[in-house]
Design a protein around this ligand. Structure first.
Ligand code: ZN
Length: 138
């Protein structure tokens, strides 16, 4: 595998409204996008930190995996996943499969910001939920 950089770090929050001002202060920049990803039952907010982004994730339903993650973290949320930017995400998934890495997504799907994304299972990644993403629109 050959990621080019850390695309973003995903942080689960109970409320975008309450958490955005803190991250704006921390990073010295304004949140530049809020987007609902109906598919994943989350609302996301993005802030830049150099080449990397911070993705805040607020669940829109009790059914959301983010809601379950928050419930399992004392109702407080916290760092949820790390996302690596790759070229040829399909090739990376093939390689991961050949390496015996368990995949959550067998094929890429649509994520926030129009990226193609796929998750690797934390059981295969030392407990760190890992996302691969490719910007196919650039
Ligand atoms: Zn993500």
């Amino acid at each position: 595998m050959n990621p080019t950089h850390i695309e973003h770090i995903g942080i689960a929050v109970t409320s975008l409204e309450e958490s955005i001002p803190f991250f704006e202060t921390l990073l010295g920049t304004k949140c530049y996008a809020i987007e609902e990803v109906a598919d994943q039952k989350v609302k996301t907010a993005f802030l830049r930190c150099g080449q990397t982004k911070i993705e805040l994730l607020e669940p829109t339903s009790e059914e959301s995996t983010i809601a379950k993650f928050i419930a399992n973290n004392n109702g407080r949320g916290g760092m949820h996943h790390i996302a690596f930017a790759v070229e040829n995400i399909e090739g990376h998934l093939e390689e991961a499969k050949e390496l015996g890495i368990r995949l959550i997504d067998q094929a890429p799907r649509g994520g926030a910001e129009g990226l193609s994304i796929a998750f690797l299972h934390p059981k295969s990644t030392f407990g760190v939920l890992t996302e691969l993403c490719e910007n196919k629109n650039k």
